[in-house]
Design a binder for this molecule. Sequence first.
Ligand code: OSB
Ligand code: MG
Length: 370
Amino acid sequence: MIRLERLSLFLVELPLVAPFATSFGEERTKQALLVSLTADGVMGWGECVAGSGPWYSWETVETARYVISEHIRPLLSSRKVFEHPSELPAALAPIRGHGMAKAAVEAALWDLYARLQRKPLYQLLGGVREAVPAGVSVGIQPDIPSLLAAVEGYLAEGYQRIKLKIKPGWDVEPLRAVRERFPDVLLSADANAAYTLADLPTLRELDRFGLLMLEQPLHFEDLLEHAQLARELATPICLDESITSARRAREALALGACRIINVKPGRVGGLTEALEIHALALERGIPLWCGGMLETGIGRALNVHLATLPGFTLPHDISATKRYFREDIADPPFELRDGHLPVPQRPGLGVEINWDRLLRSATWSRTWKL
Ligand code: OSB
Ligand code: MG
């Protein structure tokens, strides 16, 4: 039994080692909202994947801070006792939407639960791997030579799959260049919803590069158009932004909108929801992989644990810490070993907050007694 005592929120800002550009903008620093829950003197941690602005999702660190402080906190206060973290979604059901805010609190409760049980989180989730294959997501580069140099560097480090961010005007040429130079590499492209069906001629050209998948080419909410596009292309469509819950995953599969799903526990509304998508995917033979949101070590650890489940069969957007930050707020950093990230074996997430760095990078924090 978990009897919640305190809730804390920390807003942190960490410089990225290099700017990260996508079809929806460029980020130079990572803003993250961290959540901690305390019970029996033990702290569990979760990271909200909402960004600094409503570009990837309508949720932001500010909307999540508001929803957690003003709406989730009172629900936690009136309940306090949980037998298992999977009870949290029902307790938060009066709040519609705000899945990223809910997921961050649920993640903290899972970490807390696993720490109290003294077990690494993946064992409680049903994970079956002690290391997960790492891919890397390569942002839009200033030119093709910089792109080729970046890709070459990542391949030399051992990354097992290269994903290029694309947008209209940065698609056919970069993919052709990478494919020509590295004919055998597992290669995919992520459009972050930058295309429409009117771009079909361009999207057909991408079909020639033997891509592992084309991620979220069309509108972030549209399943029907993705189903239509899927019928026109040989390259499997993978959905990211569109899959905001297990319900949406079921709808997408029923419509034939995708053949692969990128699961981000924060984007689908939490770990319980992610487990439901996992069960569905296993039943339907749909390959899963774990996406990333340039998380700090707290969010990255959660992704690593989730990626150990049997249905997660493709390389993930989970890269080594040094690909993102010079100094992270959690220790130890994730390091690549033979193209894989080892799964932390200590209790819970298996990473520890570095309080010195957390407090140095925090721009705001608050603690409440529940
Ligand atoms: O679409 O997968 C995405 C980062 C921020 C927002 C959206 C996405 C991404 C990435 C980065 O691709 C993946 C990573 O964390 O390495
Ligand atoms: Mg994506």
